[in-house]
Design a protein around this ligand. Structure first.
Ligand code: KG4
Ligand code: ZN
Length: 358
């Protein structure tokens, strides 16, 4: 069967086509139109501008995905769409477009949770991957650990109590003067900083851990974010300049990134031990971070756990991952009717998913 998918939860308008048969998925097209340049002017995503940009791009992105796949719209057997969580105005554009198309083509519509889709990106490159496994989602909106017991059953066993990991990367990046979103640029600066500065040195820069100091599997990134931002402000005052020297920026990026990696792997190790899982899937935009990929890979190796992480192009938002999750949901009979709505929050998304299961 051919599944056409739409993703518009934040600032990428994306469409993709997969061919799926007997659990074998072939990705035929994966088109992503990014709004980053527009939002970079404001230092972050402006929700109304995002909705308008989705509205403008969605038809052409969809047409390109279908043409690149070498099929016609009439060949589509089902439509998967991200319905939650995310920016409500952005989600509504994708959901409304997908519903119109499903109605016109008279095919089922599959409502996909964005977080589950991030994890499902791993199926596209790992044919043998099957639940159960443990998933670590690190993105602009989430930092969570899930026990994935079935293709559409995610049980959150740990999560952030405040900011998400990607949010911390972006906010620290912004105060350092990096263009939005700062994550990828921080990755490069940290690499330079790690070469220049020894973390074991007596005067090494240290920040508070995002691993909550109790026996839960929870994270908290706001203390770390605030500590780093305060440090940057103090350094700027000391330097009597609004821009820090390159070497200082590298040192901060390295210390911040190391603190993130240590905190995430600390809770991950506890989760690996308590669940006894044999496989870990890491997913989401921050899964593209080279230092985190290395640190999480090493933690998994230490516990004899297979580590799976999507290639870089499938870590950020895209619709190929939505199509993959959509396929497994379709097989479970989890389709929606045309009254489908979009939801901003995780809670509303879960409630709706439960209603599909019953
Ligand atoms: O999954 P995603 O594309 O969107 C959400 O669902 O939130 O994640 C976006 C986040 C942004 O915060 C961005 O800065 C971060 O992923 N990101 C990175 C890297 N590449 C993207 N963070 C750290 N290192 C990277 N290489
Ligand atoms: Zn995402």
């Amino acid at each position: 069967m051919y599944i056409f998918a739409i993703e518009s939860s934040c600032d990428e308008t994306a469409a993709a086509v997969i061919r799926a048969e007997d659990d074998k998925i072939t990705l035929l097209s994966n088109v992503v139109s990014s709004q980053i340049e527009i939002h970079a002017l404001y230092g972050g995503v402006v929700p109304e501008i995002a909705s308008r940009a989705h509205c403008e791009a969605i038809s052409n992105v969809s047409r390109e995905a279908v043409e690149t796949a070498g099929i016609s719209f009439s060949d589509i057997d089902a439509i998967a769409v991200t319905f939650a969580p995310g920016l409500i105005g952005s989600l509504l554009v994708g959901v409304s477009f997908a519903k119109s198309l499903a109605m016109t083509l008279n095919v089922p519509i599959i409502p996909v949770n964005h977080i589950e889709a991030h994890v499902a990106a791993a199926y596209l490159e790992n044919e043998d991957l099957k639940p159960p496994y443990l998933a670590l989602v690190v993105s602009g909106g989430h930092t969570s650990l899930y026990e994935v017991s079935d293709y559409a059953t995610f049980n959150e066993i740990g999560g952030t109590r405040d900011d998400a990991c990607g949010e911390a990367f972006d906010k620290v990046g912004r105060v350092m003067g990096l263009p939005y979103p700062g994550g990828a640029a921080m990755d490069k600066l940290a690499a330079q900083g790690m070469e220049l500065f020894d973390p074991k040195a007596k005067n090494a820069l240290k920040f508070p851990s995002p691993a909550v100091a109790d026996d839960t599997l929870d994270f908290s990134f706001s203390g770390l974010k605030t500590a780093v931002i305060n440090y940057i402000h103090t350094e700027k005052q000391k330097a009597k300049s609004d821009t820090l020297p390159d070497e200082k920026r590298c040192e901060i990026a390295a210390a911040f990134t190391r603190t993130v990696c240590d905190g995430v792997t600390k809770k991950l190790a506890a989760a690996l031990k308590s669940t006894g899982t044999k496989t870990l899937v890491m997913a989401g935009g921050v899964a593209a971070n080279s230092h985190l990929r290395k640190a999480v890979g090493e933690t998994c190796a230490k516990y004899g756990v297979k580590f799976i992480v999507p290639s870089l192009k499938l870590c950020g938002d895209n619709a190929a991952m939505t199509a993959a999750e959509g396929y497994y949901m379709y097989k479970l009979g989890m389709t929606a009717d045309l009254s489908l709505n979009a939801f901003a929050s995780d809670e509303a998304a879960e409630e709706y998913m439960d209603s599909l299961r019953n």
